[in-house]
Design a protein around this ligand. Sequence first.
Ligand code: ADP
Ligand code: MG
Length: 227
Amino acid sequence: MGRASAHPGAALGCLTVADTVDGAALTAWVQEFARLVHEQRDALTELDAAIGDADHGTNLDRGLAAAVSALDTEAPADPAAVLKAVATTLIRTVGGASGPLYGTFFLRASSALGEGDGAALAVAMRAGLEGVAARGKAEPGDKTMLDALGPACDALDEALTANRPLDEALRAAAEGAARGRDATVPMVARKGRASYLGERSAGHQDPGATSATMLMEAAATALAGRG
Ligand code: ADP
Ligand code: MG
């Protein structure tokens, strides 16, 4: 165990959340993310049609379908290997900005993932966020996926620090992401294709922040009941 868990059960050493965020749990997370993106593919693409090139939903849907099928075939038991397989598949199959960015999120999360409890997951997600920021050179307020991932990681850390159980903390993270996504509407894009529109990008919800909210909602759904 690399770090002390913020969960009270873990601190007491009784019913711990350790080992609950295992390879199967992370696989379920990715499957749920893929399901949500597939279901909302056209809506994501429409958002991208307004301020980009109308491919975000189809891009991500294709990449996540490939990731789910890679996980089916390889079935890695090791949690870090699950995230790494997703990363390499997304980088290989998703064109545009979001493939390398989501790939970086999962790759950094994979490298940072310690023992599989809630605190380790929060550390991994924060590392993923920092990877996206470094790779895309975006800052909060630039109207990108970071504007959903940032508030999500902040809410997750805050909830775990307050000793709330993992499922509640992940719900708070999803709510943080959704607030961040909604806050992208009035923003003027400073990164990616939407930035070519300048002021005209205001008044539209960012597609990447929308899919990043699905990523966090998928975590809340798939990992519920695991601590
Ligand atoms: P592309 O813009 O290449 O067509 P996508 O349509 O798949 O790629 O993804 C667009 C989304 O990627 C944007 O809505 C935004 O959230 C995100 N994005 C674009 N550039 C960056 C960046 N530099 N940093 C972080 N996110 C970015
Ligand atoms: Mg696009």
